[in-house]
Write a protein that binds this ligand. Structure first.
Ligand SMILES: Nc1nc2c(c(=O)[nH]1)N[C@H]1C(S)=C(S)[C@@H](COP(=O)(O)O)O[C@H]1N2
Ligand SMILES: [Mo]
Length: 319
C-alpha cells in the first residue's frame, strides 16, 4: 500500500495551524487504523494511479485530513446549471460540451493581454494536487483532491495594472450543448468575480483536474477556478474569459437574487441564507440523510489563512 510521505521540514514550520492540527488528527487516525486494520482516509488514493496522469505532485501544505469524497460522488452530484438544475443533469448531459479547442482570454486592466490555450495552461506552472474542503450554499459539502496551481501564476503573466481591483470570470456558452441556456434560470453567461487580493491568494486554484485526471466535463472541464473558503457558486466552471477590472463586477447570482447572494460568498455559519441555516452541512458520501450533520466552519475551515483579507469588514453586510 503506498504511503503518504511527510515533508522533511517540520510541518509546523510551513503549514497553517488548522492544517497542522488536522494532520495530527490524521496521524492518530492512521495509527488507529493500523491497529484495527481499517484503511486510513488516505490509503485508497495516496499516490493513486490517477496521479501519474496529469503528473501532479501533492502539496502537503494544502491538504485537509477529512476523508476525501468518493470520486463517484464528486463526478455525479453536481451543480452546473448550463446542463440543467438537477444534481444528476451535468453527468447526463455535459458529455456534449466541446472542450477542444479551448482557450482563456485574459483581458482588461493588464499590460500584456493574452489568450492561453490549454497546452499553455498545462505548462505555465507546476501542477499540484491539493485536497480542499468544498461547501455549497445549499448546505452540503465534499472533500476533493484537485489538480492545478495558484491563479496568481496566470495573472502574473498578463501584468495587472494598478487599476486592476477585481477579477471577473466568464464561462462558456455552447447553446447546442447546454440545454440550460434556453431557460433563463440565470442571466448567461455564468459570471463570477473576486477581489484582486482574493484572486491572488495562494489558496485560489486555477484547476485543471481532480483525482489526478483531467477535469470531467460535469466538474467544469477543461479549466475552472476553485476558492475553498467561499461557497461553491464562486468556483466558476469552464472558464473562457478573465477580465481584470477597476469596478466590482456583478455576479450572475447577485443579479438574480441580490438579497440571497452577495459578491463575497464567504462561508459563514453565522450569516444564514434568508431561506435556510448555514450553521451545518451534510457531507456527501457519508451515509445519506441519516449521517449526522457537520458543523459548518467559519471560512469553511480556512480562517487562519484568509480571515485577514476581511479585517474591519462587516461580514453581515458584505455577505
Ligand atoms: N459555469 C458554472 N459554474 C458553476 C456552477 C454553474 O452552474 N455553472 N455552479 C456552481 C456551484 S453552485 C457549485 S456548488 C460548484 C460545484 O462544483 P462541482 O460540481 O465540481 O462540485 O460549481 C459552481 N460553478
Ligand atoms: Mo453551490
Amino acid at each position: 500500500m503506498p504511503v503518504y510521505r511527510f515533508p522533511k521540514v517540520k510541518p509546523s514550520e510551513i503549514t497553517p495551524e488548522a492544517v497542522w492540527q488536522g494532520r495530527r488528527q490524521w496521524i492518530k487516525t492512521a495509527g488507529a487504523a493500523a491497529l484495527t486494520g481499517l484503511a486510513a482516509p488516505w490509503a485508497g488514493i495516496a499516490e493513486g494511479a490517477g496521479l501519474a496522469n496529469l503528473g501532479a505532485k501533492r502539496n502537503p501544505s494544502y491538504i485537509v485530513m477529512d476523508t476525501p469524497t468518493p470520486e463517484k460522488d464528486v463526478t455525479s452530484y453536481n451543480n452546473f446549471y448550463e446542463f440543467g438544475t438537477d444534481k444528476g443533469d451535468p453527468l447526463l448531459y455535459a458529455k456534449a460540451l466541446k472542450t477542444e479547442p479551448w482557450s482563456i482570454e485574459v483581458v482588461g486592466e493588464v499590460n500584456a493581454p493574452r489568450k492561453f490555450g490549454i497546452d499553455d495552461l498545462l505548462k505555465l506552472a507546476p501542477l499540484e494536487e491539493r485536497i480542499y474542503r468544498m461547501r455549497c450554499v445549499e448546505a452540503w459539502s465534499m472533500v476533493i483532491p484537485w489538480v492545478g496551481y495558484p491563479l496568481s501564476a496566470l495573472l502574473a503573466q498578463v501584468q495587472p495594472t494598478s487599476k486592476a481591483k477585481f477579477v471577473e470570470f466568464q464561462t462558456a456558452m455552447q447553446p447546442d450543448a447546454m440545454p440550460g441556456l434556453h431557460s433563463r434560470v440565470i442571466d448567461w453567461p455564468y459570471t463570477e468575480g473576486l477581489r484582486i487580493d482574493e484572486a491572488m491568494h495562494p489558496l485560489t486554484l486555477l484547476t485543471l483536474g481532480l483525482y489526478g485526471k483531467t477535469l470531467p466535463n460535469q466538474n467544469g472541464a477543461p479549466v475552472r477556478v476553485v476558492i475553498p473558503w467561499k461557497y461553491g457558486l464562486k468556483s466558476a466552471k469552464s472558464i473562457v474569459r478573465i477580465r481584470l477590472v477597476e469596478k466590482q463586477p456583478v455576479t450572475s447570482w447577485e443579479r438574480i437574487a441580490p438579497s440571497e447572494y452577495g459578491f463575497y460568498g464567504n462561508v459563514n455559519p453565522e450569516v444564514d441564507h434568508p431561506r435556510w441555516s448555514q450553521g451545518s452541512e451534510r457531507r456527501i458520501g457519508e451515509g445519506g440523510i441519516f449521517a449526522p450533520r457537520r458543523k459548518t466552519l467559519m471560512f469553511n475551515g480556512y480562517a487562519n489563512e484568509v480571515a485577514s483579507l476581511y479585517q474591519g469588514m462587516d461580514l453581515r453586510k458584505s455577505y
